[in-house]
Write a protein that binds this ligand. Structure first.
Ligand SMILES: Nc1ncnc2c1ncn2[C@@H]1O[C@H](COP(=O)(O)OP(=O)(O)OP(=O)(O)O)[C@@H](O)[C@H]1O
Ligand SMILES: [Mg+2]
Length: 272
């Protein structure tokens, strides 16, 4: 084993991953004067469905991009399965699946071709790729569109094929940036079932969303970002207890409370 291989197999000092799947330590990213992510510490355990919430511009996508090794942190570190993303970007990328906020698909391929191509890129055998492609197209209600070019897909269909591509290699951790945005009710349920299936089979799911009811229903724990800082984190019960708010408050109310949104009405009479 060469130095680089043993380096990859040995977790970074201070980041042994027993009982933790994702660890963020002071993760920070600035863009000029804007502090998009501000010293975030976070721990996600294996087998969790973890939901990341926050208003537009709170830093969710920036945070995800740093964890998956797409964007360099200004300060701090992210660890995935005990590996420092900064030091082992390739090894981390092999172990994760990603549904990015902005999709970059090979739109001149059909949905089926794209999944076959993606599976092969991950080194899966021909038969395995064909089997998984067929199953994923079916479960995501894309079977009838399998032979159509992705460029002709609707937004929701593109999202679903991108989700299928994110999990075809059976990654240990899946990062999904707004997976439910723009998908219909039936597909939303299929995606939900896929997420349950992933965690039942030992994977970990980390996703951002604005759909409170879904996050409330499916996540074991949630974090709410406010202007790049972690406002709250925990199970919904824990967050209610921390904020000292009633058991009857749902996630939407917790969210509004956490980000300090006032219920003040704006005068929109000029709209007529
Ligand atoms: N490449 C970039 N260059 C400059 N500023 C950026 C860049 N990417 C993000 N930002 C800024 O960082 C902040 C956080 O943006 P980010 O996209 O992470 O938010 P978000 O929580 O994902 O929002 P949304 O819910 O709208 O997707 C915003 O102020 C945004 O303008
Ligand atoms: Mg975003």
């Amino acid at each position: 084993m060469n130095q680089q291989q043993s380096d990859v197999l040995a977790p970074d000092v201070g980041a042994a991953h027993g009982g933790e799947c994702i660890r963020l330590e002071g993760l920070t990213r600035t863009f000029g004067d804007v502090i998009a992510v501000d010293h975030v510490d976070l721990l996600v355990r294996p087998g969790e469905i973890f939901g990341l919430l926050g208003p537009n511009g709170a830093g969710k996508s920036t945070m995800i991009k740093m964890i998956i090794g797409l964007l360099r942190p200004t300060a701090g570190d992210a660890f995935v399965q005990g590996m420092n993303v900064r030091r082992h970007p390739m090894e981390v990328k092999r172990r994760i699946g990603v549904l990015p906020e902005e999709l970059h698909l090979y739109e001149r391929l059909t949905g089926e071709e794209y999944l076959l191509f993606t599976g092969r890129m991950y080194g899966l055998g021909e038969e395995t790729v064909r089997q998984r492609t067929g199953q994923l197209l079916n479960i995501l209600e894309l079977a009838e569109a399998a032979d159509r070019l992705i460029i002709d897909y609707s937004q929701g269909m593109k999202k679903k094929v991108a989700l299928a591509a994110a999990i075809i290699h059976r990654p240990g951790v899946v990062f999904l940036d707004e997976p439910f945005n723009g998908v219909d009710v039936v597909s939303s349920r299929s995606i939900r079932n896929i997420l349950y299936h992933l965690v039942d089979n030992g994977m970990t799911v980390f996703f951002s969303s604005h759909v409170m009811e879904l996050v409330e229903k499916i996540c074991s724990r949630v974090a709410i970002l406010k202007k790049g800082r972690l406002a709250v984190c925990g199970t919904i019960q824990e967050i209610r207890a921390n904020l000292q708010i009633g058991q009857d408050k749902d996630l939407e109310e917790i969210f509004l409370h956490s980000i300090g949104e006032s219920a003040e009405e704006q005068d929109l009479s000029w709209l007529g």
